[in-house]
Design a protein around this ligand. Structure first.
Ligand code: ATP
Length: 503
């Protein structure tokens, strides 16, 4: 697993997907830049999300709010008081960790131990193996699972009560060690606010303290009435937004999984009070189906319903994805009640209500939120697409099997050789396709090598112009995943590509 993750990181760099930020100065930790292919993949993910959330739902509209917001926003949202993480330092290694992450990782280890027992038994009993029965009765598995559950429950309780002494006690009782040095010499747990502060205004005494937004959701809440009125929206309706968010994460690790500057794709759905549970279930299902539609493998997703709820929520779940380092949160779906709108009403003195003509009543709507990290989605797509394959003739190839709709370059066009007028025809094909599709021209190296280069870069189709083209205006089109080649008329290329990009 670790090897696969390293491969993902180096492949992302080698093929122009992701670079460390300001690398020539040795980089900035947990900040990344997207290269020529990364920028395209990211844009395609955004577009896919935007189309399915905004264009395919007549009652959802978009928004693009500013990153800087009035500072009271963050008092109202609770971020000034509650956007804290419990931190712990190791006295020997001087390394700093998030205390809850240390405990969660320990609990996850118990889970892995249980899984090992299950896998062993599966191998031993073969076909006859009844997994549910085994999990319910095998004493070791039961012990691991119960212990894991107890630890997480206790952690959840201490975090919601902010009883950090208990988190500290947990770390001691479980004998959790510094993951790098193995030392168990910990300091006490402290709270740390994750928001990045900045100043508005030039002179030191009049400058106002601002925060870079730690989530995009609040830009939607403060604009709720603007959009509802000007768009003449009727409940239920949604507002969607894609934009940057900033968190001064302490445990910045796992590549683009946890970044300090990242992008969110969020949708807030405003509903009638009392109908929140129904819509929460609806969005859970709809969002999971969205993920499945990309074909990254249904077994790579699972729900993780929260037992410990944030201060604003009455129900919450994560859609977890099987990243190279295991199942982790990819998207959050939260039933946020009327917490945010009520808080903004209180702090701004403005009414944020909706008059519902169907029931002849005014109320503050309830909100169901779907919130996904664009960068995490990128990592999910990229890591699950990267494969090493052994071919029938014993040779190997690296292939990045991105869904065609998300692939940065849709087709690469090659002249078989650099003479006989083939390059000119290939260039003309590029010129005819490039307004509709991102295509590229390549004439360097033998054609087999060019195929391999595009396989590794994730390009789903290679179009080759050869001497037959001169006779009959046809080319070969080679499919990345099956490596099959097909002879097609140049005039049919556009239609074929269009069709291949449908989902
Ligand atoms: P985590 O528990 O992993 O810190 P979270 O529960 O704080 O995440 P939310 O506040 O619910 O996350 O944010 C919604 C989504 O934004 C997450 O599901 C995740 O995909 C993404 N996200 C949150 N923090 C980061 C980050 N530091 N880097 C990249 N993506 C992030």
């Amino acid at each position: 697993q670790e090897d696969q993750f390293k491969k993902v990181i180096s492949h992302a760099k080698e093929y122009g997907y992701i670079f460390g930020s300001s690398e020539i100065y040795d980089g900035l930790s947990a900040v990344y830049d997207y290269g020529q292919n990364g920028a395209e993949l990211k844009k395609n993910i955004k577009e896919y999300w935007w189309k399915s959330m905004v264009h395919l739902h007549q009652n959802i509209v978009g928004l693009d709010a500013a990153i800087l917001m009035h500072p009271t926003t963050w008092t109202a949202s609770g971020h000034v008081d509650a956007f804290n993480d419990p931190l712990i330092d190791n006295k020997d290694s001087k390394k700093r960790y998030r205390a809850d992450v240390l405990v969660e990782d320990y609990a996850e280890k118990l889970n892995l131990k249980a899984q090992k027992e299950i896998d062993k038994a599966k191998k031993r009993f073969g076909e006859a193996f009844d997994e549910a029965q085994f999990v319910a009765t095998n004493p070791r598995v039961v012990r691991y699972k119960t212990q894991q559950k107890e630890i997480l429950e206790r952690l959840g309780k201490s975090l919601t009560n902010e009883d950090l002494d208990d988190v500290e006690a947990l770390i001691e009782e479980l004998g959790i060690a510094d993951p790098i040095t193995g030392s168990k010499n910990w300091t006490e747990v402290r709270q740390f606010n994750l928001m990045f502060a900045t100043k508005l205004g030039a002179s030191a005494d009049t400058a106002q303290d601002l925060y870079l937004r730690p989530e995009t959701a609040q830009g939607i809440f403060v604009n709720y009435l603007n959009v509802q009125k000007t768009g003449r929206m009727k409940i239920p309706f949604g507002i969607a937004q894609i934009g940057k968010a900033f968190r001064n994460e302490i445990v910045a690790r796992q590549f683009i999984f946890r970044m300090r500057e990242f992008e969110q794709m969020e949708m807030q759905f405003f509903v009638r009070p009392g109908e929140d549970q129904k819509w929460y279930e609806y969005w859970k299902e709809t969002r999971l189906n969205w993920h499945k539609s990309l074909g990254l493998g249904e077994e790579n997703y699972r729900f993780h319903d929260h037992e410990k709820l944030a201060h604003y929520a009455n129900a919450a779940t994560d859609i977890e994805f099987n990243f190279p380092f295991g199942f982790k949160e990819l998207e959050g779906i939260h039933s946020r009640t009327d917490f945010d709108l009520k808080a903004h009403e209180k702090h701004s003195g403005k009414k944020l209500q909706f008059f519902d003509p169907e029931i002849n009543e005014s109320y503050t709507p309830y909100v169901v939120e779907t919130s996904i990290g664009l960068d995490r989605m990128f990592l999910a797509v990229f890591s699950s697409a990267l494969k090493d394959e052994t071919l029938a003739d014993g040779s190997t190839r690296t292939v990045l099997s991105l869904p065609a709709i998300l692939a940065p370059v849709k087709a690469a066009v090659f002249p078989l050789v650099k003479k006989d007028g083939l390059p000119e025809i290939a260039q003309q094909i590029v010129a005819d396709l490039q307004w509709d599709f991102n295509v590229l021209y390549d004439e360097k190296d033998a054609v087999g090598k060019r195929y391999r280069r595009q396989d590794a870069a994730g390009t789903p189709f290679c179009i080759t112009v050869d001497h037959d083209t001169l006779e009959n205006d046809t080319v070969t089109i080679r499919h990345r995943d099956s490596m099959e080649q097909q002879r097609v008329a140049i005039a049919d290329l556009k239609g074929m590509l269009q069709k291949a990009l449908e989902i």
